[in-house]
Design a protein around this ligand. Structure first.
Ligand code: PMP
Length: 460
């Protein structure tokens, strides 16, 4: 059977039975999905036999690349030994103990206990419950408000979606839970005033949190939650002045700090956690994705000793948990994944080699006629597509040109994601010079093709 016929069969079955996440189903059915059949190292292969360089690490996830046999072996061995047992009823098992210990070792010094789940959304739901429960245990039950930011993505369950700041997610998860407030995001390119320096802007963006705390009264505020770098919002990298000011503010009002490291955890910024990179001291870190390089679902919350002390002081149930909290196979795969990352020195390589290489790669395109800005930190980056470089004027109909560009990337055998008209990338941490070169050629070509498509709209 030809590749074309096989692809068509997959597409037909898909459209008959499969509802996709974050998708316009009508247009997906007209176009048919691309069928990915295999992954190897830095590359994916589709059902037509095309080789695709994956600039998104799956979805900010496959840090060690595809097709790793050691991870397959770790899963196989654990499935034979103990494929599943729960951790509810005063029970534990070796892989969950070993992984919790390892994570405590890698995490900031005050975070020594882990509550496991299977997705970033679940781990943020857990964090929300822990935060509110903590304040209740401390005798301050009125502290319920969690402040986060516009354009934040914290997941798609109703609680994590409410904590996130994306209005299109809120529209679909009505009613948004009470007690979540969203302040401006720290993206200088989009939000700064004319002539405002990144430093001054960073302080202003952080002080929006303080204003919100004062508006509601610190006695009602439980926590501030933020992604160290807003990923799904468009790789929004805060200026250097931002996070120290956020830390000052949360310390001043005694509120908890939740760092959502679902994307930034496990090396993306060149340190195990981005909290370390930005010098912040979160009371909770949520993680998922790259903990297992995405080979199997696993997530969790790393929890501050002071929150654990409050839990320990109470001789009662914490009524929360998931069947798959601490799943033995997922834990075994995570342990092997972290071992490989350490052995291959993938985290220091982001700091010294791959991160700087990504910055050099993107900076080659900053003068392109439709590029307003390029930015990156570690192994995540963005290219802003604009109609007018000088005024930062966007194209009409936000997202239209981003999709045109994304499709050119796809056809050219390269994956970058479009967040409206911001092209974002987060390659696996295993890229070498060959992949950076290949990406450079693909980006040049796709930007030129996009320019040709929208030339009439561009101010030279
Ligand atoms: N937090 C962040 C920062 C994320 O980027 C994501 C997913 N992209 C989530 C939470 C939710 O994770 P999941 O899709 O595994 O529920």
């Amino acid at each position: 059977m030809s590749n074309r016929i096989k692809t068509k069969q997959f597409q037909d079955l898909d459209s008959q039975h499969h509802l996709h996440p974050f998708t316009t189903h009508q247009s997906l059915r007209t176009e048919g999905p691309r069928v990915i059949v295999k992954g190897e190292g830095a590359y994916l292969y589709d059902s037509e036999g095309a080789r695709i360089l994956d600039g998104m690490a799956g979805l900010w996830t496959t840090n060690i690349g595809y097709g790793n046999k050691e991870l397959a072996q770790a899963a196989y061995d654990q499935i034979l030994e103990l494929p599943f047992y729960n951790t509810f009823f005063k029970t534990t098992h070796p892989p969950v103990v070993a992984l919790a210990r390892k994570l405590a070792e890698l995490a900031p010094a005050n975070l020594n206990q882990v509550f496991f789940g299977s997705s970033g959304s679940e781990s943020n739901d857990t964090a929300i419950r822990l935060i509110r429960h903590y304040w209740a245990l401390k005798g301050e039950p009125k502290r319920r408000i969690i402040i986060s930011r516009k354009n934040a993505y914290h997941g798609s369950t109703i609680a994590s979606g409410s904590m996130g700041g994306m209005s299109h997610v809120h529209h679909h998860s009505y009613p948004v839970y009470e007690g979540f407030r969203h302040v401006m995001d720290p993206c200088w390119y989009d939000e700064s005033f004319d002539g405002e320096t990144p430093e001054a802007f960073g302080l202003r963006a952080a002080r929006a949190i303080e204003d919100e705390i004062l508006r509601f009264g610190p006695e009602n505020v439980a926590a501030f939650a933020g992604e160290p770098v807003q990923g799904a919002g468009g790789v929004k990298i805060a200026p250097d002045s931002y996070w120290p000011e956020v830390q000052r503010i949360v310390d001043k009002y005694g509120i908890l700090l939740l760092a959502d490291e679902v994307i930034t955890g496990f090396g993306r910024l060149g340190s195990w956690f981005a909290s370390e990179y930005y010098g912040i001291r979160p009371n909770l870190i949520t993680f998922a994705k790259a903990a297992t390089s995405g080979y199997i679902p696993l997530s969790g919350v790393l929890v501050d000793d002071k929150i654990v002390d409050a839990l320990m002081a109470e001789n009662d149930d914490f009524n929360h948990g998931y069947t798959f909290s601490g799943h033995p196979v997922a834990c075994a795969v995570a342990l092997k994944n972290l071992e490989i990352m350490e052995r291959e020195r993938l985290v220091p390589r982001v700091k010294d080699e791959t991160g700087p290489a990504l910055a050099r790669l993107l900076s080659r395109f900053k003068d392109h006629p439709i590029v307003g800005e390029v930015r990156s930190v570690g192994m995540m980056g963005a290219i802003e597509l604009v109609a007018d470089k000088k005024t930062r004027r966007r194209f009409a109909d936000p997202g239209r040109v981003g999709l045109i560009c994304r499709d050119h990337f796809f056809r050219g055998g390269f994956i970058m994601r479009a967040v409206f008209d911001t092209m974002v990338c987060a390659p696996p941490l295993i890229w070498t010079e060959a992949q950076f070169d290949e990406a450079g050629t693909a980006i040049q070509k796709a930007l030129d093709q996009t320019l040709a498509d929208v030339k009439g709209e561009v101010t030279a």
